[in-house]
Design a protein around this ligand. Structure first.
Ligand code: NAD
Length: 296
C-alpha cells in the first residue's frame, strides 16, 4: 500500500482514483469541485483542503486535469506542487496535454531531482471505470518501472512510448488516426445507405474486408447497427466531439513543430470542428455520421 495523492477528479480522474482505493492504496484527493471530492470520498478516498495539503507525505502524485495550463499551474506556477512534494515522490500526469508542456514539466522535475512521467490514457470513461485504460508513457526507464504498478491498478495496457513528452505524442497520433477512421467509416456507410444498402449488411461486409477498422468492429456510427454503442443511444456518453477537437488541435501542434504533413488529420479536424460548431460538441464523436446523413 502506498500513499497516493490525486488531483483532478472529473469524469476520468474520479473513477481512476476509485480504482487505486480498490487496489488497497491510501488515496488523498483534491479537486476545485467540492462535489467531485465528495464523490471520491464516498468511494473510499480521503479529502484534503487544498492541493498543497493533498501531497503531504505522498509517495506518488497523479494529476488528471483538462489541459496543459492547468497541469503547469498545479505543478509549477500556482500550487507549485513540484516544490511541495518530497524528492522521492513520483509524479504522473495522465491529462491529455501538448507535448511541449509535458516536456517542460519533465525538465522542471529533473531540475528538482524528481521523477516525472507523462502518461495520457485511451479508453474513455468506460475504461476508467472498468480499470482497463491504455497508458502511453513518456519518461525515463526508471520512472516508468516505478509507475507501472500504479498504472496497472487503473489500466490494462501500459506502454513505454519513449522519453519525456513521448506519451503525449503517441496519444495525439492515435486520436488523429481514430478521427480519420471514424470520419471515413461514417462517409462510406452513408454512401452505401444512400445507394440503397442496409447499413448492417454493409458494416458486416466491410468489417470482413480490407476496409475493416476499430469503428466498424466495436463502435459503429450508424444508429441501430450495433447495440450498446453511443450511436444507438442518441450519441450520448462515449467520447465527446469537444474532446476530439481538443485532441486534434494538439495533433496539429505536433505536426507544425516537426513540419509533418497531416492532410488526412487536417481534413478530419475540419469536419469535427464544423460538426462542433453546429452545436454537437457534447455528443459522442461517432455522431460525425450526422454531418453526412440527410435524415440524421
Ligand atoms: P473533466 O473536465 O471531467 O475533469 C477535470 C477535473 O479537473 C474537474 O473536476 C476540475 O474541477 C478539475 N480541475 C481543474 N483545474 C484544477 C485545479 N487547478 N486543481 C484541482 N482540480 C482542478 O475532464 P475529464 O473528462 O476527466 O478529462 C481529464 C483529462 O483526461 C483531459 O485532459 C482529457 O482530455 C483526458 N481524457 C478524457 C477522456 C474522456 O473520455 N473524458 C478520455 C481520455 C483522456
Amino acid at each position: 500500500m502506498a500513499k497516493v495523492a490525486f488531483v483532478g477528479l472529473g469524469n476520468m480522474g474520479g473513477p481512476m482514483a476509485a480504482n487505486l482505493v480498490k487496489a488497497g492504496h491510501d488515496v488523498a484527493v483534491f479537486d476545485l469541485s467540492p462535489a467531485a471530492v465528495e464523490h471520491a470520498v464516498e468511494d473510499g478516498a480521503h479529502s484534503a483542503s487544498s492541493a498543497i495539503e493533498v501531497v503531504e507525505g505522498a509517495e506518488v502524485l497523479i494529476t488528471m486535469l483538462p489541459a496543459g495550463m492547468h497541469v503547469k499551474s498545479v505543478l509549477v506556477t500556482g500550487d507549485a506542487l513540484m516544490d511541495k512534494v518530497s524528492k522521492d515522490c513520483l509524479l504522473i500526469d495522465s491529462s491529455t496535454i501538448d507535448s511541449a508542456t509535458a516536456k517542460e514539466m519533465g525538465q522542471e522535475a529533473a531540475d528538482r531531482g524528481i521523477r516525472f512521467i507523462d502518461a495520457p490514457v485511451s479508453g474513455g470513461v468506460g475504461g476508467a471505470v472498468a480499470g482497463t485504460l491504455a497508458f502511453m508513457v513518456g519518461g525515463s526507464d526508471e520512472a516508468f518501472t516505478a509507475a507501472k504498478p500504479f498504472l496497472e491498478c487503473m489500466g490494462k495496457n501500459i506502454f513505454h512510448a519513449g522519453d519525456s513528452g513521448a506519451g503525449q505524442v503517441a496519444k495525439a497520433c492515435n486520436n488523429m488516426l481514430l478521427s480519420v477512421l471514424m470520419a471515413g467509416t461514417a462517409e462510406a456507410l452513408n454512401m452505401g445507405v444512400n445507394n440503397g444498402l442496409d447499413p448492417k449488411v454493409l458494416s458486416e461486409i466491410m468489417s470482413k474486408s480490407s476496409g475493416n477498422n476499430w469503428s466498424l468492429q466495436v463502435y459503429n456510427p450508424v444508429p441501430g447497427v450495433m447495440e450498446g454503442v453511443p450511436a444507438s443511444n442518441d450519441y450520448q456518453g462515449g467520447f465527446m466531439v469537444d474532446l476530439m477537437c481538443k485532441d486534434l488541435g494538439l495533433a496539429m501542434e505536433n505536426s507544425q513543430q516537426t513540419r509533418s504533413p497531416i492532410p488526412m488529420g487536417s481534413a478530419a479536424r475540419s469536419l469535427f470542428n464544423l460538426h462542433q460548431s453546429k452545436g454537437n460538441g457534447g455528443l459522442d464523436f461517432s455522431s460525425i455520421y450526422r454531418l453526412f446523413n440527410k435524415k440524421e
